[in-house]
Design a protein. Structure first.
Length: 278
């Protein structure tokens, strides 16, 4: 899933005793502590222009560090990927080695949202899948992604648990693990984070988030997600300017479905957003 891919209802369970991430997330001002690919993206003039042109007034990318989030994440990735004998953490680590020069792997979307919500409510933490995006150096194409990740998966876990590289709706991804079971690792090519039509990269505020698991930073791309999740009740919003909503919805054909999924999770939104989506 590019940042806009669907995040389905959650099922696997893990629990940790900890306080809310909402009270334990420190802003990170020194972005050069991030690993190089994400730092280069966030500090680029193209990315800054995208924020100015597309996001709501006052919205801007924020980076956080949270011991509580890291604790929940560390427990969650101990789960075994279905159909393999490897934990999620081991699969993610393996994916960093699919090319000789190494790769960067980022957790994205709903898992980040639900870790924060779980820390806030005390409910069991449960996930259906782990959406990640990969970057393996400049020039690493979607074709390279398909070839390298498929080879890695089939070599280490067997062909039966490696999906074909799927480019449905223009979103390239490969699933590692038995697809009819919960806890798969769904891999995606890095280019889906910011592409030639960046407005398509923004999903709802609470899922347009990235976790850089090596240095353990939460990257709230719109700068709206953490605040929205931590409200009571939790909120969500379309992060782009109102004038771009129609264009945004053209890239989010499941927007109404995702709206209802968030509502079932007790999230709320403002009336204009609700009237636009439903």
């Amino acid at each position: 899933m590019k940042l806009g891919i669907s995040f389905v209802a959650l099922f696997l369970v893990a629990s940790v005793d900890a306080q809310s991430v909402c009270y334990d997330h420190d802003p990170v001002r020194d972005w050069d502590k991030l690993n190089e690919p994400i730092y280069k993206l966030l500090s680029s003039e193209e990315y800054r222009n995208t924020l100015t042109q597309q996001l709501q007034t006052g919205a801007s990318t924020a980076v956080y560090f949270s011991d509580e989030f890291n604790r929940f994440y560390g427990e969650l990735v101990k789960q075994i990927v279905p159909g393999t004998d490897a934990t999620v953490e081991q699969v993610l680590q393996g994916l960093t080695t699919v090319t000789a020069d190494g790769c960067s792997v980022y957790l994205i979307g709903g898992v980040i949202r639900d870790i924060i919500i779980t820390s806030k409510t005390g409910a069991p933490l449960s996930v259906k899948d782990f959406d990640i995006q990969m970057q393996c150096g400049e020039g690493w194409s979607k074709t390279d992604f398909c070839n390298d990740v498929n080879k890695f998966c089939e070599t280490n876990y067997g062909k039966a648990v490696c999906s074909k590289c799927d480019f449905a709706m223009g979103i390239g991804y490969i699933t590692i693990g038995k697809e009819d079971e919960k806890g798969t690792v769904d891999t995606h090519h890095w280019s889906e984070i910011i592409n030639n039509e960046p407005v398509r990269s923004w999903e709802f505020s609470v899922t347009t988030m990235v976790y850089e698991h090596v240095n353990k930073y939460i990257i709230d791309l719109s700068g709206l997600g953490m605040g929205d999740i931590c409200k009571n009740p939790p909120h969500f919003q379309i992060p782009v300017k109102n004038s771009l909503w129609k264009q945004w919805s053209g890239y989010q054909p499941q927007g109404e479905l995702r709206y209802w999924k968030l509502r079932l999770k007790t999230f709320v939104t403002d009336k204009p957003t609700e009237e636009f989506l439903v």
